[in-house]
Design a protein. Structure first.
Length: 247
């Protein structure tokens, strides 16, 4: 069973962009229309799509519902989305949409008690807990609010607390790698895999070339989100097809 390759589309003001290490002052706009890009990834054989609503991340409300809806309705991709989903109202809105899974970060940390007690097992199975980390003094520490704020929480103990409350899907991003094309933090993902056998981890940040996919696959990662390296053809369409077809 191969690792799932999940292309990422980051939306800002209805356009396709990438940020460097989450910095809104270091934004790259791409001349690609989000729906066409989603259809392109589907044509390569991708089953999943990861959408980041950067307006939601930055401002706390979305400007991109129509685009997300068009991708859901006009492709067969299983779409997971996150970015600025910081209230029960917002969570319920997106759970009632056609999204396959909802990615929730800051809210899950800041409103932890309410978050872990609010959902039945069916809803929990549709939620991906997003934990964005910075490595400080060798320890992975979780950051929130579009990476601007340090939660002072340790990654491994936080994963355990969510697992104990019935959550199984996690998106783990090493911020220092995100958008850098410097390669993923293999040691971190190996450590998580060894400690937690029963969860699904999506790796994110730094994937820059085909060999990075192979390295993550070799340590039995379940899924990887790939953004900039696809947009900039560092991983080619042919390599995507090759990876998706390998067993």
């Amino acid at each position: 069973m191969s690792m799932n390759l999940i292309p990422a589309i980051d939306l800002l003001d209805q356009k396709c962009v990438r940020l460097l290490r989450g910095d809104f002052d270091q934004v790259t706009f791409y001349q690609k229309e989000p729906l066409q890009l989603a259809k392109h990834y589907e044509s390569l054989g991708c089953e999943y799509l990861h959408i980041v609503d950067l307006n939601g991340t930055r401002d706390g409300y979305s400007e991109n519902e129509k685009i997300v809806d068009s991708i859901i309705t006009q492709t067969n991709l299983k779409v997971q989305m996150g970015g600025g989903i910081r209230s029960m109202l917002s969570i319920k809105y997106w759970l009632n949409s056609g999204l396959s899974k909802l990615v929730i970060g800051s809210y899950a940390i800041e409103e932890y008690n309410q978050f872990v007690t609010s959902f039945d097992s069916e809803v929990r199975s549709r939620i991906i807990v997003a934990l964005d980390i910075m490595i400080l003094d060798g320890l992975p520490t979780i950051r929130i609010h579009g990476w601007q704020k340090d939660s002072k929480m340790n990654l491994l103990s936080t994963i355990k607390s969510f697992v104990d409350n019935g959550f199984k899907d996690f998106l783990i991003t090493d911020i220092s790698k995100d958008g850098t094309l410097e390669g993923p933090n293999i040691d971190l993902y190996r450590q998580i895999n060894e400690k937690f056998k029963e969860i699904n981890v999506i790796a994110s940040g730094g994937v820059s070339k085909f060999s990075d996919l192979i390295k993550l696959d070799d340590i039995s990662m379940q899924s990887v989100v790939v953004g900039k390296s696809l947009l900039e053809n560092k991983i080619t369409d042919q390599e995507v097809i090759q990876f998706l077809q390998k067993e």
